[in-house]
Design a protein around this ligand. Structure first.
Ligand code: FFI
Ligand code: NDP
Length: 515
């Protein structure tokens, strides 16, 4: 029996961000490996017209939870959704719920965050810093608490090139930032944001760094640990390969490429693509929870959950493999054939933006107008290129993350735990993983039927023929214009024609002689 799985048996676990990408996989694994756990409290807010209960039912009825429900048929009874909004000062938790949480919780996994790069600083601080502070305060009043695990990001110090498993101080104290957000108005915050974030690329990484400092300063006597994943991708193995349910990280751009919208990307092919499968992150997180509770390390340990230093993949290789997978598993109703270039040259990027992004979008919108429909492609392209520009920072650099604590933890695990809670990224085969990732996007994100693959391939063939036809027509028009306007072009053309004629006559003469 796995020691870690046994540890979570009979425990009351509190998870924030359980409705998110990482949170769902974390819950699923807990139910599947420790079906005898007591209860999982999840802090949830109503969203998109759905009540808390409806959200929970939807999650538990998804394909992700099929295996977990076989092992633990009463998951519905073991999950308790607590109304909460981490943006509110008191987290909006009712008194009764708060009492229960405080008196029963054994382990806290704090996953909730805003992961949007362009979030307003006030909102990002509220969620990634102030809410963390409040949860730590709550945790300090939990008599049965054994461990508090905070999920941060490996990019919280991405202004550095080499990052150790330590907390780096921020230039301005988190408390000062929290205070100032309370009285400054939005316009002033907008103005000072670039100065505050300094050499951090966005408000997300900046506030995640502040959040870590808060954990260090206010963790007090709690048993705290921080897990820092890099770019979290689809599942590698568990509960099944390729599961993904949002556009974050590479997923959005893979869709944009597969649908033929994205044809070029300013990315450095030899930069490390530090993607880490979500099930590896979850396995490490659960192992960290166990180790922190049982071993009670004297200081707050940070665990890097990255792939680059142990089993690197590069953006060039990833792009190549993604495109190769589209040959076998194309997406339906593509706008153009998936074919894309990664280039680190700004000029080339601008050229491809004009030729491969804007020109087709404008032509297509013109066609929509002609046929009496509403143009939409230029708007979509605008949004896509804005998104790409936000991600460019991360695909044109490489970082080195030390993984001493993560490797130390791996060495402490029994062989059974190493198998059940496998976070050894060296065992990952990138080519296989990327293929499953693309397949997972098609199935679980785009919800496309596999039976539609032959039709999708036919559609791509039609697009290829249109592409050839269009290019030939373009060439003929350009040639005709050139011939009509330039004497030099005409001379060159006649030279080529007469040269070809002489060449052919030379070969025809001996054959005639033989006859
Ligand atoms: C040429 C190709 C070659 C080969 C093929 C390709 C090979 C593969 C190459 C792969 C390279 C991968 C690079 C990954 C680098 C990630 C680094 C993460 C590092 C940090 C990791 C972390 O620790 S943190 C977790 C990650 N955190 C995010 O990854 C949040 C992103 N996100 C936002 O920060 C906001 O979303 C943002 C975008 C600002 C818009 O913000 P905004 O306010 O302008 O607008 P919205 O958010 O409303 O989004 C407007 C529309 O963009 C859609 N969309 C949203 N995200 C999207 C997304 N990622 N890709 C596409 N489309 C996306 C959305 O669905 C809307 O579409 P629609 O309107 O049709 O519904
Ligand atoms: N995805 C990635 O690539 C990476 C993620 N991380 C970290 O992992 C953690 C989880 O990220 P991920 O699962 O991808 O993110 P998601 O965006 O998928 O999930 C975020 C979660 O936070 C919850 N949340 C947001 N705002 C509130 C609020 N006001 N009140 C209550 N809950 C709220 C969301 O709830 P709701 O469903 O209601 O919106 C959701 O459950 C984060 O801490 C992130 O920083 C780190 C590195 C990379």
């Amino acid at each position: 029996m796995s020691t870690i799985a046994a540890f979570y048996g009979g425990k009351s676990i509190l998870i924030t961000g359980a409705t998110g990408f990482l949170g769902k996989v974390l819950m699923e694994k807990l139910f599947r490996t420790s079906p005898d756990l007591k209860v999982i409290y999840i802090l949830v807010r109503p969203k998109a017209g759905q009540t808390l209960q409806q959200r929970v039912v939807q999650i538990l009825n998804s394909k992700l939870f099929e295996k977990a429900k076989e092992v633990c048929p009463n998951v519905h009874e073991k999950i308790r959704a607590v109304y909460a909004d981490l943006n509110q000062n008191d987290l909006a938790i009712s008194k009764g719920d708060m009492q229960e949480l405080l008196s029963c919780t054994n382990i806290v996994f704090h996953c909730a965050a805003t992961v949007r790069f362009n979030d307003h600083l006030r909102h990002a601080v509220q969620l990634n810093v102030t809410a963390t502070q409040k949860l730590l305060l709550m945790a300090s009043q939990m008599p049965k608490l054994e461990a508090f695990i905070h999920i941060s990001t490996a990019f919280s110090n991405c202004n550095l090139k080499h990052i150790d498993e330590v907390i780096y101080p921020c230039p301005v104290e988190p408390k000062k930032i929290i205070d100032s957000m309370e009285w400054l108005d939005d316009a002033i915050i907008d103005e000072i944001t670039p100065k505050l974030i300094g050499d951090q690329p966005n408000t997300y990484t900046y506030t995640k760094a502040l959040g870590e400092m808060v954990v260090q300063q206010e963790g007090g006597n709690l048993n705290v640990a921080i897990v820092r994943p890099s770019i979290v991708g689809a599942t590698w193995q568990e509960p099944f390969p390729g599961w993904v349910d949002n556009l974050n990280g590479p997923s959005g751009l893979i869709i944009a490429t597969g649908k033929g919208f994205l044809r070029a990307l300013r990315a450095t092919p030899m930069a490390v693509a530090d993607v880490i499968p979500v099930d590896i992150v979850v396995n490490l997180t659960l192992a960290v929870g166990w180790y922190t509770a049982v071993q009670r390390p004297k200081s707050t340990l940070i665990y890097h959950c990255t792939s680059g230093n142990l089993n690197p993949c590069y953006w060039g290789k990833m792009g190549f493999q993604v495109l190769a997978t589209f040959e076998k598993i194309p997406f339906e109703r593509a706008f153009r054939r998936p074919n894309a270039d990664l280039t680190s040259n700004t000029f080339t990027t601008q050229y491809w933006n004009a030729v491969s992004h804007w020109a087709p979008a404008i032509i297509y919108d013109f066609y929509l107008r002609l046929t009496g429909r509403k143009p939409r492609m230029t708007k979509l392209m605008n949004r896509l290129l804005r998104t790409v520009s936000m991600l460019e920072y991360f695909i044109n650099r490489s970082w080195e993350w030390s993984t001493c604590n993560t490797e130390m933890l791996m060495s402490k695990l029994s062989p059974e735990d190493q198998r059940v809670f496998n976070f050894d990224v060296r065992q990952l085969n990138w080519l296989e993983y990327i293929e499953n990732y693309v397949l997972g996007i098609k199935k679980y994100l785009l919800k496309e039927d596999m039976a539609g693959i032959p039709e999708a391939k036919q559609h791509l063939k039609r697009l290829r023929n249109i592409h050839y036809l269009f290019n030939t027509a373009l060439f003929l028009i350009a040639w005709r214009l050139l011939m009509a306007r330039s004497q030099m072009a005409r001379n060159v053309w006649f030279f080529i024609v007469s040269f070809c004629y002489k060449f052919l006559s030379y070969f025809r003469a001996p054959r005639t002689l033989k006859i």
